[in-house]
Design a protein around this ligand. Sequence first.
Ligand SMILES: [Zn+2]
Length: 116
Amino acid sequence: MANATICDDCQKEIIVSVKDYEYPAHQLKGYVIETYFRCPHCNKKYSVIVTDKRARKMQKEIKQFHLQIMKNDYSGLTEEEYKAKIDAQYEVMDGMKQELKVWTDKLKAQVQEIAQ
Ligand SMILES: [Zn+2]
């Protein structure tokens, strides 16, 4: 992942280079990994996503569910049935994504309380 953004703090350009940091288990349970990048000019940290074991499992399940949607056999369905089935499946997937987001936002709030 290489893209550029502007730092909120110093207004200079950042070439984004993400890194992973795994929090020691005695600090946070669940093998928490923070994906982040820093501004090379002022060192401000930008957290991209924070996951733990449960979040990574949810990510995997979402990916598998999506693959399943693409792989399913939709032959023999009417146009309407087909659309209804697709909509229903994407609704389930959106729900899974929403659940994941709530969870990872909670983790992000947790790691922000820990100084690195
Ligand atoms: Zn900066």
